[in-house]
Design a protein around this ligand. Sequence first.
Ligand SMILES: [Zn+2]
Length: 215
Amino acid sequence: MHNLLPGLRNFSEKVFPTQQKHFEALSQGQKPHTLLITCSDSRIDPNLVTQTKPGEIFIVRNAGNVVPPYGASRGGEEAAIEFAVDGLGVTNIVVCGHSQCGAMAAIANDVNLDKMPSVKRWLDHAQSTRRRMADLPGKCDLHDVVEDNVLVQVDNLKTHPAVSAAIRGGRVQVFAWVYNFESGSIAIYDPDAKRYVLSTEVREETVEDAARFAL
Ligand SMILES: [Zn+2]
């Protein structure tokens, strides 16, 4: 067993005091700018990767960074997305996949999940990823599945009325990312080039510049 208690004590006694003012300001309420939908994988630290502080990103995590189409699950994802967009007024939504994703590996390799029926049911929401990959012979390695799945989930995201209305109203922009934790790189989907480009290769500094990656 791993004992988490020393970490809690260290946070309360040593880390929190260094950020106390920030947390006091957050007690007035949250106003995150971004809804990040990513995988539950323990190797992803969203605040570290985006260099953001508590209060900046509203996070939805699940196996495979899956967004069930609107009405398909009536689950927590649907409520969190609606709340982020209509309740909190986020202006960015990012769907972020990652390297070595176990959920996507299960899809790519058609792994038998009979012993994990809940996982199996959940990954049914990524079935269109599997079908799309099956249509592309010779293009079915894990990285391709990860990249393609993010785009599938972006399409699913747009079936949510709160999201589609916010996109139409110019209140929200949606982005597709893939995080490679081994190299520390983040690839952003470029809809004009129809491929992912590394964040280090783009020099879009302003919000207006970054809009060219909106999907
Ligand atoms: Zn994953």
